[in-house]
Design a protein around this ligand. Structure first.
Ligand SMILES: [Zn+2]
Length: 488
């Protein structure tokens, strides 16, 4: 039964079982019940409608909801808690607690806008025209009404439940049940969640939920701490089959693109996600600025969430990698530089899009499917002096994926446009641990031989990572099925 305190502890994946969105896991222990993450399913409208189908786990009797980080695939359904009758504390790091109001309000706002657009038939157009993509891959937006999971009012209510807690400190949820957050170094404020509970006979059991993990040591955030000694690890497997290059070549490649685009008087568009990816690119641009490597170009940061997230870095030196930390402690914001301009409203954004002087524009969304990136794209895509930099993975069937893979004609609100801008794919800006990082994290644990349950990865990634863990580390690995409780 999912809605009762059991005699033996169980873990149940309610989402992100064999896929990479909709993270949500229920831990039931004899001492109380905790939900880890409550994220959005993302992708097609059909995927998004799954957000409305929430398993009945007796939400009104949950003791705590813990949010690992502020990406919407982990926190985006927190706004539904009031409608589910759940008034439990929502626990997360203090940095995540600072980011959540903005993330949830913008999610509620987006849901309302999309329904309005659907009713009026004004949904953004962002598609490849030539070469014509197979009809089955075309988004069917317009056929199905986009779902509304919650409103701004729901968000206001749930924000009263949010409590930021310190890293590395035990927090009692109920007598005999406690949690501790460890830095996951994935985005600022991200955490892995350790849950411990007391059982009869003086036995303490411990489970650790990885959340999304960052690389072992990235350029901007501090190194991940070692995995503590626990009985069970519930671990993400997003990059379970991939090795991500992290050498300095990626940084140098960005400088090279700026140099050649500046020489031909063009502009650079970097479609980006607001949390994580945007800060990694901004850090690299800040480094280039300090080495006089922007070639006279201004940099426009056109996402308010990214502006906020960048500020959090300067204010939290403890969670930064050595170089940015040294700067922050010396009173210098590591992500600031004089050529950086922050764009706070649509009017300024449109004005920048209408300009022609050389510059670099960071704008969302990262998949080029909505948001301010679309009017920047319309303004610069058809001139060969410009460039579009894809700093990471593109969702298949997205416009970003199509352009990166050679689309010649695209359609936007402004009409059908020829793609003449240079297309650049830069690796090395991922905030996710790759296969080697994931293995290293398990291998360098503080002790014990934990059972490993894999979630948050496509099925092939889960299977590939499971084989590697069994082979190299001789640990027991399981791939839980959604909604099937596993006794731990
Ligand atoms: Zn994430």
């Amino acid at each position: 039964m999912l809605g009762r305190v059991p005699a033996k502890a169980t873990i149940t994946l309610l989402g992100a079982a064999g896929e990479v969105t909709g993270s949500c896991t229920l831990l039931q222990t004899p001492r109380g019940r905790v939900v880890i993450d409550f994220g959005l399913f993302q992708g097609s409208v059909a995927d998004e409608r799954r957000n409305l189908v929430v398993p009945d786990i007796g939400w009104s009797t949950i003791d705590a909801v813990v949010v690992t980080h502020a990406h919407v695939d982990h926190c985006g359904r927190i706004g539904m808690l009031p409608r589910l009758g759940c008034d439990a504390p929502v626990l997360c790091t203090k940095i995540t607690a600072d980011l959540l109001p903005r993330v949830l309000k913008s999610s509620a706002n987006l849901q309302a806008i999309r329904v309005e657009e659907w009713k009026e038939g004004t949904a953004p157009i962002a598609r490849v025209v030539d070469p014509p993509p197979p009809p089955s891959t075309q988004p069917q937006r317009g056929d199905v009404e986009p779902p509304v999971m919650y409103t701004g009012r729901d968000v206001d209510r749930v924000l009263h439940q949010v409590h930021g807690i310190a890293y590395d400190t035990w927090h009692e949820v109920r007598p005999g049940l406690r949690i501790r957050l460890h830095d996951a170094s994935h985005i600022i404020g991200s955490a892995s969640v350790e849950v411990a509970w007391d059982e009869d006979g003086g036995v303490t059991r411990r489970v650790l939920f990885s959340g999304d993990l960052g690389p072992h040591q990235g350029p901007l955030l501090r190194a991940r701490p070692a995995l503590p000694e626990v009985d069970v690890v519930v671990m993400e497997s997003t990059n379970g089959l991939r090795d991500v290059p992290r050498n300095t070549a990626a940084a140098e490649a960005l400088g090279e693109v700026l140099k050649r685009v500046a020489a031909r008087g063009g502009r650079v568009l970097v479609p980006t996600f607001s949390l994580g990816r945007a800060q990694l690119v901004q850090w690299r641009l800040a480094q280039l600025a300090r080495m006089d490597g922007l070639h006279g170009m201004k940099v426009y940061l056109d996402t308010s969430l990214a502006i906020r997230a960048a500020e959090m870095h300067g204010r939290n030196p403890d969670v930064l990698a050595p170089e940015p930390q040294r700067m922050a402690r010396a009173g210098e914001d590591p992500l600031e530089f004089s050529a950086l301009f922050k764009v706070f409203n649509r009017r300024s954004s449109l004005k920048i899009a209408a300009g022609t002087s050389p510059g670099v524009i960071l704008a969302g969304s990262g998949f080029l499917d909505a948001g301010p990136v679309l009017h920047h794209l319309a303004s610069l895509v058809s001139e060969d002096r410009n460039a579009i930099i894809f700093a990471g993975h593109q969702l298949p069937n997205s416009l970003g994926h199509g352009i990166l893979h050679g689309a010649r004609l695209i359609e936007l609100k402004e009409g059908v446009l020829e793609v003449k801008a240079e297309r650049v794919h830069l690796e090395g800006y991922s905030g996710h641990a790759d296969r080697g990082d994931l293995l290293q994290w398990l291998e360098s644990r503080e002790g014990g031989s934990p059972r490993v349950l894999l979630n948050h990865g496509e099925q092939a990634s889960r299977e590939g990572l499971a084989s590697m863990i069994r082979e190299k580390l001789s640990l027991t690995v399981e791939l839980p099925t959604k909604l099937m409780p596993i006794t731990v």
